[in-house]
Each structure stands twice: as C-alpha cells, then as structure tokens.
Design a protein around this ligand. Structure first.
Ligand SMILES: [Zn+2]
Length: 275
C-alpha cells in the first residue's frame, strides 16, 4: 500500500535531523559516566527530580513491566513544558531512540533527546507502538465520571503530589509521555492499550538539552494487562511494579561541540502593532 508522505521531514540537514553519532556515543560509552542520583519510585506514587543540561537520565523497569507517566519542565521556568501534541506531529505517535521531546510555545525547543530505548517495539500488526504520545494521564476526575469512584492515586494526582515540593500545582501537570505503554488507534479511530512488554532491566534513557525538572508517576494501572474500565475490569494492583530513576553525568569529552538548546527566535510579535 502506498502511503502519503509524512508532513514533517527528518532528512539530513533539516532542523529535525539529529546527530546520531553524538547521541550514539553518549548511549554507548557507559563506563565513562558518573552516577549522580538513583532512586526507586514505589507503586502507585510519583516523584519529581532535576536533570542538569548535558546529563543523562534513565527510567528503569526494575522488576518488570510498568507504565510510567512522564512530565518535564524547564527547571528555571515552569511555563515552558513538554508539548505532547507537537512532539507527536514532529516525530510520531510513539517515540524511541533519536526522537526528541519538544517544549510548548512561545519556546519550541528540544527539551531532551532519547538516547537508548531497550524495548525496540516498533509498530505491531495492530498498528500499536510503545512509549505513547496518543493518550494522557489517568486522573481522579475521569475515575469519578466513569465509575463514580474517589481515587487519589491516579497518575495526575501522583504528579500533583510529586511537584508540590517545587511549588508547582495541578495546573502545571500536562499531557504526558506514557513510558513503557503500548497503545494504538483502531480502524474506527478509537484508542486502545495493550500490556506493557517491558522486562526487568529494560530502560528508557534520554539526554537533557536544557536544565530540566522531571516528574514520573507509576501508573496505578500497573502494566495495563488487566482492563481498568468497562464490564471486564479487574484489579490491576498485582500488576503494579516500581520504576527506578538514574541520573548520570557523561564524560565531559563526549559533550565537545554541544551546547544547550535555544528557544526559536521568532520576533514577529504575531502581527500585533502598537498605535
Ligand atoms: Zn496512570
């Protein structure tokens, strides 16, 4: 079947092209890196942490499959945050090694570049992929709407509690990247999810292009192998597992020629003119 051309070109020399040799070296030369921080996020909870520009961060499925809902902000300006829909247009419905997460307007820069994704899921026979940008976080409002339940440990609430120490609130939580989550769209356009394929030790690693504040929720849906809505819903608690976060400083020599990403320098003022 002949497909239409993609709307956004990633070809060599385009603004969306990435230096694969540079990011490949960062991924491969693990012996020269220094572990700066490591912690484990227990099931059905969240945590926020900072990643300095030029550092690497790994999200690890330490005990097996588990979906992680991820948010990111400019560490110095929380109005600049991850923009899931633009990232989806520029890269795809699911992201992997050498894709980037982009920030919202009026900034639009790569916040991070994915350096290593051990899942290698690709696109399956149902058109599904892993590391989902189609969906968003689970939240207590949709729980109340759909099943009448008051539930405080959905990803939205886990992220709210995680960022409180950074003086951020519910209004700062935004559409997520669902790490380790397999999703797709049916032929009728409706969203579906499948069980996470992550195995113990699988990880999703990225390079911070600017100083980042990150937050991650261990989804109460666990590995999504148990339906959480509808007539066949079960209890996903036995499928909930922790996720680990590791922050590394790469060997300085690997960063030769790199500098933090800059926001797009649009100065047109949207055509507004003062009298
Ligand atoms: Zn969730």
């Amino acid at each position: 079947m002949r497909e239409p051309p993609a709307l956004y070109d990633h070809g060599p020399g385009t603004p969306l092209d990435v230096d694969r040799a540079f990011y490949g070296r960062l991924a491969q030369e693990v012996e020269a890196r220094r572990l700066v921080e490591r912690f484990v996020i227990p099931i059905r909870s969240g945590r926020a942490w900072t990643v300095p520009a030029g550092h690497l961060c790994r999200i690890v499925a330490v005990e097996g499959p588990q979906v992680g809902d991820f948010n990111a902000w400019n560490r110095h300006n929380p109005r600049e945050r991850f923009w899931a829909s633009r990232t989806r247009q520029l890269h795809g419905t699911h992201v992997t090694t050498f894709d980037r997460l982009w920030s919202c307007l009026p900034y639009l820069r790569p916040m991070l570049t994915i350096t290593n994704d051990t899942i290698h899921y690709g696109i399956d026979e149902d058109g599904a992929g892993c590391h989902d940008l189609l969906g968003t976080r689970c939240d207590p409002y949709v729980h109340k709407l759909l099943d009448g339940e008051e539930f405080d440990f959905s990803c939205h609430s886990n992220l709210v509690r995680a960022i409180a120490p950074y003086h951020l609130t519910e209004f700062d939580v935004h559409d997520v990247l669902n790490i380790f989550m397999v999703t797709g769209l049916r032929r009728d356009g409706r969203y579906f999810a499948k069980a996470s394929p992550a195995r113990a030790g699988d990880y999703f690693e990225f390079f911070a292009e600017i100083d980042l504040l990150c937050a991650l929720s261990t989804c109460p849906g666990g590995d999504l192998s148990v339906p959480i809505w509808g007539p066949n819903r079960g209890d996903p608690l036995p499928t909930c597992r922790p996720l680990a976060v590791e922050v590394y400083q790469p060997a300085p020599a690997l960063l030769a020629g790199w500098s933090p990403a800059q926001a797009v320098d649009y100065r047109g003022g949207h055509g507004l003119r003062s009298p």
